[in-house]
Design a protein around this ligand. Structure first.
Ligand code: HEC
Ligand code: HEC
Length: 216
């Protein structure tokens, strides 16, 4: 009798230890994180991406995250980590984020909607609108709206383009194959954009990027 109850006590203790350890591991991975931890991380993102996630137009353009699709942000953070997408700053930033932190940050940015900073040249906005809505069939450029949506708000892994910073969009469309799809061992959503970026001329890139920079 005595032995059995001791034994069950022993198992109960082991059980408790195993469960607590599992609980702790989960806290670091997917369980709840404190509001203060989330706020501290958001403050950090905002030092570069702007106080309302609206982006920052400096020497090096910081993309707008406000209103961005959560799945797109999540996929890009993974792309930086897996070196599918090359950027030394964001490699280090993304590496330090747990899955539950990523979920909290993406939900926060999705709900922000400040006015676009604008700033693209205004002389070819009509051409930008045509490219966005109809593409350039003679140059094999598809209508951007076909994937990015009629209001350029994006969907799942397809990003919002509305209100994105002019110099950032120009840089992305110009350097696509030098910065994305850089890890041949990994499947990459960026492949979808390769023909489009190759078929656009520099002046068409300027026109479409300017048009997008004013879209709300
Ligand atoms: C030190 C500056 C800095 C900090 C801090 C920073 N970022 Fe970035 N982030 C950048 C730069 C620069 C880029 C543009 C990279 C490029 O040109 O490919 C970028 C790009 C991104 C992108 C890709 C956006 C797009 O439209 O493709 C995401 C997503 C992102 N950052 C999320 C975050 C999150 C979340 C945080 C906070 C945890 C954060 N960043 C903190 C500088 C920073
Ligand atoms: C067939 C679908 C499709 C079409 C058509 C398309 N895109 Fe994309 N676009 C995507 C996907 C998917 C991504 C995300 C790529 C990644 O994961 O790296 C993307 C990403 C982008 C980005 C990067 C945004 C960021 O925040 O870094 C820009 C800029 C862009 N597209 C512009 C355009 C423009 C301009 C057009 C029209 C000329 C266009 N796209 C047409 C699917 C499409």
């Amino acid at each position: 009798m005595k032995v059995t109850s001791l034994q069950s006590l022993f198992y109960a203790a082991i059980f408790a230890i195993v469960f607590t350890a599992a609980g702790r591991a989960e806290e670091r991975g997917t369980a709840a994180i404190s509001k203060q931890e989330i706020q501290a991380k958001l403050d950090y993102c905002k030092t570069c991406h702007g106080l309302s996630g609206q982006g920052y137009r400096g020497y090096y353009p910081m993309p707008r995250l406000a209103g961005q699709q959560p799945k797109y942000i999540e996929n890009q953070l993974r792309a930086f980590i897996e070196r599918r997408r090359m950027n030394p700053v964001m490699f280090n930033v993304a590496h330090a984020l747990s899955p539950s932190m990523v979920a909290a940050l993406t939900t926060y940015f999705q709900d922000l909607n400040p006015n676009p900073l604008g700033g693209g040249p205004q002389d070819h906005l009509a051409l930008g609108k045509t490219i966005f809505e109809q593409g350039l069939p003679e140059a094999n450029v598809p209508a951007c709206s076909a994937c990015h949506g009629p209001d350029a708000k994006g969907q799942n892994e397809i990003p919002r383009l509305a209100g994105q910073l002019f110099p950032y969009t120009v840089k992305e469309l110009t350097n696509w194959s030098k910065e994305r799809g850089q890890n041949g061992a990994k499947d990459d959503t960026s492949a979808i954009m390769v023909p489009t970026t190759h078929n656009l001329t520099q002046s068409q890139i300027v026109a479409i990027s300017a048009y997008l920079s004013y879209l709300k």
